[in-house]
Design a protein around this ligand. Structure first.
Ligand SMILES: [Zn+2]
Length: 114
């Protein structure tokens, strides 16, 4: 059984988790079960799974962290730095686009550099 393409074995519920969710390939860790019925949450995390897979996982986290640190220096605010990470830009832009991953081009996150 899947939740919009994410298989049940990939979903880990952790009610003490301090964020709504995080994708650590191949798993999606989520704070509250209600999130699983929220298409934008599922789409968002599914986009991150795709990004991580196409970067062979570790490079994703290296780029993610470096871009966050760069943004933190640039914006001086955690939330703005986070929202402007290239991978988050793609995920937030398309989390409400149904079937986005079916038409998404390989390495599509690269067009979100600015
Ligand atoms: Zn995200």
């Amino acid at each position: 059984m899947t939740t919009s393409g994410i298989k049940n074995w990939q979903l880990i519920h952790c009610k003490w988790f301090y964020m709504q969710g995080i994708t650590l390939f191949p798993f999606v860790i989520y704070q509250h079960p209600a999130l699983l019925s929220k298409p934008s949450f599922i789409n968002h995390e599914h986009i991150h799974l795709r990004q991580q897979r196409e970067l062979l996982i570790i490079p994703f986290y290296v780029i993610y962290l470096l871009h966050y640190l760069f943004n933190l220096i640039k914006y001086r605010r955690h939330h703005k730095a986070y929202l402007n990470i290239v991978f988050e830009r793609e995920a937030y832009t398309h989390e409400n686009t149904p079937n986005y991953l079916q038409s998404r081009k390989w390495m599509a996150w690269m067009i979100y550099w600015k």
